[in-house]
Design a protein around this ligand. Structure first.
Ligand code: KIV
Length: 267
């Protein structure tokens, strides 16, 4: 049966491997979801919202209720792009039962089409359980921000031979457990290339070099909305912070000067 909504699915994302790059971006609300929908293949409601929407220093405080709320808003803005939602910290690690309950809420209430969770081999059993009951799972390995305190900061992973072997094992374990794709974050480009060539499922990189099957960036980074945050892997594709400052500055000037509203803005 064909997809009546023309939405990209886990299957169409998987079929891109080796053929066409996957364009992925985060979104957290309806307005931006609607804008990115025709341009991106995959939209992630990332728990990065804890940092870029809520102003926290890590993603750890984001709740499942908050993820459901933002996912619902993004879902309303998407007609074409595939929608993935992050399982937040603490909502899936305690038990497989917790993971099933949390992921079910993201799909049923949030209208996500898949969930993403962090971790490799240690999460394989959870991934297998979710996939077995019809919940598609995207993996996330390398720099997994929910483990920031174990890593001692947001640091590049996979720098030693041992760590590289573990990342490869993690990737294979997630694929074997049924994950349909995998985010590789902040790992050496050569390692990301090896993982990408080894796996049958697509890899989506962030700070993982050009050889991944797709790329993802946090939308506010891509748009240059936070010019103070400029790690090596981020490229600002637009200077939106200065455009916002300019526009709001001009609005303030016109209000203060009595130049806005003008007759055409009045009833
Ligand atoms: O939370 C997030 O936005 C993410 C992406 C950066 C991959 O996990």
């Amino acid at each position: 049966m064909s997809n009546p909504t023309h939405k990209l699915s886990t299957h169409s994302i998987g079929a891109r491997k080796g053929k066409e790059k996957i364009v992925a971006v985060t979104a957290y609300d309806f307005t931006f979801a609607k804008l990115v929908d025709p341009l991106a293949d995959l939209v992630l409601v990332g728990d990065s919202l804890g940092m870029v929407v809520q102003g926290r220093s890590t993603t750890l405080g984001v709740t499942l209720d908050e993820m459901v709320y933002h996912t619902k808003a993004v879902a309303r803005g998407l007609k074409r792009a595939h929608l993935v939602a992050d399982l937040p910290f603490g909502s899936y690690q305690p038990s497989v039962r917790d993971a099933i309950q949390s992921a079910s809420r993201l799909l049923a209430e949030g209208e996500a089409e898949a969930v993403k969770l962090e971790g490799g081999e240690a999460m394989a059993e959870t991934v297998r359980a979710l996939v077995s009951i019809g919940i598609p799972v995207m993996g996330h390995i390398g720099l997994t921000p929910q483990s920031v305190h174990s890593f001692g900061g947001f640091k590049v992973q996979g720098k030693t031979d041992l760590a590289q072997k573990q990342i490869l094992r993690d990737a294979l374990a997630l694929e074997a457990a049924g994950a349909y794709s995998l985010v590789l974050e902040a790992v050496p480009a050569e390692l990301a290339d090896e993982v990408t060539r080894t796996l049958r499922i697509p890899t989506i990189g962030i700070g993982a070099g050009p050889k991944c099957d797709g790329q993802i960036l946090v939308l506010t980074d891509l748009l240059g909305l936070n010019p103070d945050f400029k790690p090596r892997f981020v490229k600002n594709f637009a200077p939106l912070a200065s455009l916002v400052t300019e526009a709001v500055g001009e609005y303030a000037k016109q209000v203060r000067g009595g130049n806005f509203p003008e007759p055409e803005h009045c009833f």
